[in-house]
Design a protein around this ligand. Structure first.
Ligand code: G1P
Ligand code: ZN
Length: 543
């Protein structure tokens, strides 16, 4: 098997966003496109030489081809050992766990998360570093730099690995181990949760409906919920991963998983309804009669964390991304633990997790996880809820009501304006940024603006500074309006507007979410004038 140096010309568009490099499949299929990006990683991340590399993906179209290329290039670039999920399958949290478990120097995750898949859909690569977390902006910057000036890449020619056969194989001097995609991940979950109590809960008639949305979590959910926890087969729907995700959009939220909302609202629905996304890092939680917003889910998990075996007496700190509602702050205050506010993107939690400052963290975008891995973890959140239901004997509804009574409630919504012309979206941001200093002190109904600024973050561990992380208009504890530009879109620009309103006492239980937020939406319209500036009367998506 000869190692070849293939001459290549650089592409100029290989800049990773907050979630890796994401492009249309057709872009990745251009000659040497994938190879160039991979070579840039191998050139920059020299620690991979002589070390272990984890490889896997969410199973979408082009996954297998990309993985074959990655293995042949890793071998040519001196990686000593490659561990790859069987069939090329690894969920994002499972890959992160394998990096940690095997002290690997990194991992290549082939995923475009919840973005639609198939020949006309999206493809993506994420490089995760030793320790399991996502590459820093400095590192992705260096990889990008390298990709703009690359002249050759290295590959072992004529290889074809049997991705379906578990066990050891060899490519040139590199050992390749094809491993069960689920086993180690399932073992990790067993170490955190009380599987006996959950099994009992199922035995007593507790009912779960988990939608794997034809994406990566199918095999994980079947093994853990059905085989290990004894849930009936019907508990997992769409459990077979498909290359085009069944033509669906595996983004579990109130739009793309509306059928789950309807199921939750139906008479005699299951006790817990949940879903995960394309690569298994997101989660959506519903109970009979209600949807639990991700910010609420984070706060409720925090309040009950001590009941879970892996976390008893171990709660160090809590964290949320800036646009995520401040429900978890209330719990942190009550428990007397530190609470961090980080920019959007999971990587900002990782330094805190590594430093032992953080146990549980989450984002409004349906991401929750803990110190057990360095990615958000969809099935982890479902298991945490199952464990809490099993231990408390309460329903999701009862847990939520009790929580809101004790801590107050944050009504919350995110409005997305997708596929805007970049200049238009930038102009909306610029307009609000300029206006911000003059907004402080303004009264709007019963609320007064106490703060209006652009969020920037100094990492408490390494002192690095992230600027321009979103504009916020804060009305004390009572409400917030936040505006930021998405960093993950693949087409045009996406503006995200976040609305949050806090109420205690009877008002915490009195309203429907959209009723409570209506006055805030009017204020946002007055202050930001998105409709006027973009010509969009309504958001593309409300979640
Ligand atoms: C979105 C979410 C963010 C998440 C990221 C990757 O990023 O808002 O919370 O970390 O996807 O899954 P955005 O498009 O808003 O930059
Ligand atoms: Zn994802």
């Amino acid at each position: 098997m000869p190692i070849r140096e293939i001459p290549t010309r650089p592409y100029q568009d290989q800049k990773s966003g907050t979630a890796g490099l994401r492009k249309k499949v057709a872009v990745f299929q251009q000659p040497h496109y994938l190879e160039n990006f991979l070579q840039s990683i191998f050139d920059v991340e020299t620690s991979l030489r002589g070390a272990t590399l984890i490889i896997g993906g969410d199973g979408r179209y082009h996954n297998r081809e990309a993985i074959q290329t990655a293995i042949a290039m890793a071998a040519a670039n001196g990686v000593r050992k490659i561990i790859v999920g069987q069939g090329g399958i690894l969920s994002t949290p499972a890959a992160s766990h394998l990096i940690r478990l095997h002290h690997a120097a990194g991992g290549l995750l082939f995923t475009a998360s919840h973005n639609p898949a198939g020949p006309d859909g999206d493809f993506g690569i994420k490089f995760n570093i030793a320790g399991g977390g996502q590459a820093s902006e400095t590192l992705t910057g260096k990889i990008y730099e390298q990709s703009t000036q690359l002249t050759r890449y290295r590959i072992v020619e004529g290889t074809s690995l049997d991705l379906d056969r578990r066990g050891a194989q060899k490519i040139a001097d590199t050992d390749v181990d094809v491993v069960d995609s689920v086993e180690d991940y399932a073992r990790l979950q067993q170490s955190l949760f009380d599987f006996d109590r959950i099994r009992e809960w199922f035995k007593k008639g507790g009912r779960l409906r988990f939608d794997a949305m034809h994406a990566v979590t199918g095999p994980y959910a079947k093994r853990i919920f059905i085989e290990q926890l004894g849930a009936p087969e019907t508990s997992v729907m769409n459990g077979c991963p498909l290359e085009d995700f069944g033509d669906g959009h595996p983004d579990p939220n109130l739009i793309y998983a509306k059928h789950l909302y309807d199921l939750a609202m139906s008479a005699d629905g299951p006790d817990l309804i949940a879903a995960s996304d394309g690569d298994g890092d997101r989660n959506m939680i519903l109970g009979r009669g209600l949807f639990i917003s991700p910010g609420d889910s984070l706060a409720m998990l925090a309040a009950h964390l001590d009941k879970l075996p892996g976390y008893k007496g171990r709660l160090k700190g809590l964290a949320r991304s800036m646009p995520t509602c401040r429900a978890v702050d209330q719990v942190a205050r009550a428990l007397g633990v530190e609470c961090h506010e980080t920019p959007t993107g999971w990587k900002f939690f990782c330094n805190l997790l590594d430093a032992g400052r953080l146990t549980l963290c989450g984002e409004e975008s349906f991401g929750t996880s803990s110190s057990h891995t360095r990615e958000k973890d969809g099935l982890w959140a479902v298991l945490a809820w199952l464990n809490i239901l099993a231990v408390t004997g309460m329903s999701v509804q009862q847990i939520a009501q009790a929580h809101w009574q004790r801590f107050g409630r944050h009504y919350y919504a995110r409005h997305d304006y997708d596929d805007l012309p970049v200049a238009t979206a930038n102009a909306v941001m610029a307009q609000l940024k300029t206006a911000s200093p003059n907004l402080i002190g303004q009264h709007h109904g019963a609320w007064t603006i106490s703060q209006a600024d652009e969020f920037s973050y100094t990492d408490p561990i390494d002192g690095s500074v992230a600027t321009a992380q979103g504009l916020r208009i804060v009305f004390g504890e009572a409400a917030r309006i936040i505006l930021r530009l998405s960093g993950t879109g693949t087409q045009g620009a996406t503006l995200r507007l976040y609305l949050e309103r806090y109420e205690t006492g009877v008002d915490a239980l009195a309203w429907q979410n959209n009723e409570a937020l209506a006055p805030l939406a009017i204020i946002a319209d007055k202050l930001i004038r998105i409709a006027e500036q973009t010509g969009r009367k309504t958001p593309s998506v409300i979640t």
